[in-house]
Design a protein around this ligand. Structure first.
Ligand code: KIV
Length: 271
């Protein structure tokens, strides 16, 4: 599967070539124009318009409440900003699990209304019919296995998945099935590093990890987490590159103080 021929620089084919060359793929989430523009400027390979927007933007406890319309709104905002990276959009909970006809209709809406490059969905054999149908419409699909936040009510916890042999074997089977169906990449979330390494070696398509160790073909993090905007979420896999929470807090406090003390605006800041 390839997006060669379109105007943006990164394509699914290039991601495949990066895997062959052993060049790591860097992916981060974005949900808005300004952040996406900075990510583009930084040289990110892939932007994921993740349904984690449900948590970090809308403040929901889970990813379940976010709607297809809301995902499209975020995807449109991101698409207005980017020139280089491949943009992948999460199909939200309830938009593809029911039946494959609904799945392809949801994916088509995302592609038509946002002009993004690909969709991502969670699951293996239980959603394979939807995956095949979306692919048959010419829409690139990224799979997602391991911890699948849309199934939190089934799992009951966000802890590490596939530690037991049976679940690990099922994950390998699902990964191979997704590749066979034609997915251009898969995300592996919060699974043992040696299992992720094994899957990455078995699959020809790129495997992007989050909490899956350093031997996958690439890494993804939620932007708000790696910038240190969210303070409550501290899993072991998360590396914080900044403490934006504290930076913002102190800027907001200084602004409030300046307004209250009539220091802002000064003579140079008026007409
Ligand atoms: O929604 C999201 O941000 C994701 C990543 C955690 C992979 O699916």
């Amino acid at each position: 599967m390839s997006t060669e021929g379109k105007s943006r620089v990164m394509t699914t084919r290039k991601l495949q070539e990066m895997k062959i060359k052993g060049e790591k793929i860097a992916m981060l989430t974005a949900y808005d124009f300004t952040s996406a523009k900075i990510l583009d400027e930084a040289g990110i390979d892939v932007i994921l318009v993740g349904d984690s927007a449900s948590n970090v933007i809308a403040g929901h406890e889970t990813t379940l409440p976010i709607t297809l319309d809301q995902m499209i709104y975020h995807a449109q905002s991101v698409m207005r900003a980017v020139k280089n990276p491949l943009v992948v959009v999460d199909l939200p909970f309830g938009s593809y699990q029911g039946n494959s006809r609904e799945a392809v209709a949801s994916a088509i809406r995302i592609m038509k209304e946002s002009e993004a490059d690909a969709v991502k969905l969670e699951g293996g054999q239980e959603v394979i019919e939807s995956v095949r149908r979306i692919l048959s419409a010419g829409i690139p699909v990224m799979g997602h296995l391991g911890l699948m936040p849309q199934s939190i009510n089934k799992f009951g916890t966000y802890s590490v998945r596939a530690k037991e042999e049976a679940e690990a074997a099922q994950l390998i089977e699902d990964a191979l099935m997704l590749e066979e169906a034609g997915c251009f990449a898969i995300v592996l979330e919060k699974i043992p590093a040696d299992l992720a390494e094994k899957v990455s070696a078995l699959l020809k398509i790129p495997v992007i990890g989050i909490g899956a160790g350093g031997k996958t073909d690439g890494q993804v993090l939620v932007m708000h987490d790696m910038l240190g905007l969210s303070t409550e979420f501290s899993p072991r896999f998360l590396r914080r590159y900044h403490n934006l929470h504290d930076e913002m807090l102190s800027s907001f406090r200084r602004y409030i103080e300046d307004v209250k003390s009539c220091d802002f605006p000064n003579e140079n800041e008026q007409y």
